[in-house]
Design a protein around this ligand. Sequence first.
Ligand SMILES: CSC[C@H]1O[C@@H](n2cnc3c(O)ncnc32)[C@H](O)[C@@H]1O
Ligand SMILES: [Zn+2]
Length: 444
Amino acid sequence: MPDHQAPLDLLLLPTWLVPVEPAGVVLKEHALGIRDGRIALIAPREQALRLAAQEIRELPGCLLTPGLVNAHGHAAMSLFRGLADDLPLNSWLHEHIWPAEARWVDEAFVRDGTELAIAEQILGGITCVADMYFYPEVASQVVHRSGIRAQLSIPVLDFPIPGARDAAEALRKGLHLFDDLRQHPRISVAFGPHAPYSVSDDKLENLRMLAEEVDAGIHMHVHETAGEIQQSLQQYGERPLARLQRLGLLGPRFQAVHMTQVSDADISLLMENNCSVIHCPESNLKLASGFCPVERLWQAGVNVAIGTDGAASNNNLDLLGELHTATLLAKAVAGNASALDAHRALRMATLNGARALGLDGEIGSLEPGKLADLVAFDLSGLCQQPLYDPVSQLIYTSNRSCVRHVWVGGKALLDERQLTRQDAQQLAATARQWGEKIAQRHHA
Ligand SMILES: CSC[C@H]1O[C@@H](n2cnc3c(O)ncnc32)[C@H](O)[C@@H]1O
Ligand SMILES: [Zn+2]
């Protein structure tokens, strides 16, 4: 039993606090208390100051929100940032990225690339990532050390991949990882079939059975381009989402990444099966893949989360920037300036992301009892004045340089803009070394 009379470990005193749930609420001059890694209370400042606390932190001019959830990425691809720009998905993937992965991706690549990506994401206020890449066992060690929260997907494709000779080996190794991490407080393991066009029916059926058995999420690129739909219609006589439904993959643990091609029947399937959609606007724009109709999905009741995708198609892991793009794009796509307002955008990057990963009981909003995954944004800068609504200011005016503090489970990962567990200079130097090595071969 937690001792409710024990002093708080930490009392945070921001100017504004946005709990996300209830929706649209902005609390001014409120405090948030943390005990044993969880939110112990949210109360008016003066009232909270009467309580004993081991540490009190004034956060003047700061907005405190739940930590951001990057619901789709390929962390280690940070080392391929800028390697193949200005290309459509097909040639980007087949002619550049897959050959580069076959040449360069090994355990060291995944370790260094994942570490770099995690540092970038903590600097941007991200406290939880859904990562889908090769050698997830190596990524899990980096995540463990870094203090961030993560869902790691077991990669499955029809052909050999770095770290597994075939899908059977990938699944076998993945299930070991699942067992090893079953009790981990911050890491969960999901299945990551790459895409409908790269994984055959028998493998999807096998994977569905395993996911059901261990109650794991399924994270997959789906309906990324119009070409994907055409190919599926030719090959299977049905749209990819309908095929996944026939194979039994759709359900509340299904995370459909991209969804730029959406028919009314697709929306019904997503709704009936309570699936989540992960919107990746900047990757979709850069690869000219298409536009996810966020407002239509939202109004239909589909849970929409947001992700950056990898740094080779974005080219940053800046979720605040992603939200800015997402709001503007949603308005243009819907032809409606009220589409995806700032408060809903923040919800998309917090509670909806948590729900997609099956974590909404633990993170995604500031509520007593939930884990203390938090971010403090400094909104006191000249470019953010005057300030009428801190959430409007965060989404429409700010960028990631305003991230000042980040906590995961009550532990500080960013303190006064400094990483507490990683050496930024060392990470940059290692990334530069990889870049030099890769560039030499790439341009030879
Ligand atoms: C097994 S998942 C990793 C696999 O996915 C590739 N990838 C990265 N971004 C995308 C994207 O937007 N669409 C399709 N595939 C993508 C990555 O390079 C890895 O090969
Ligand atoms: Zn992706």
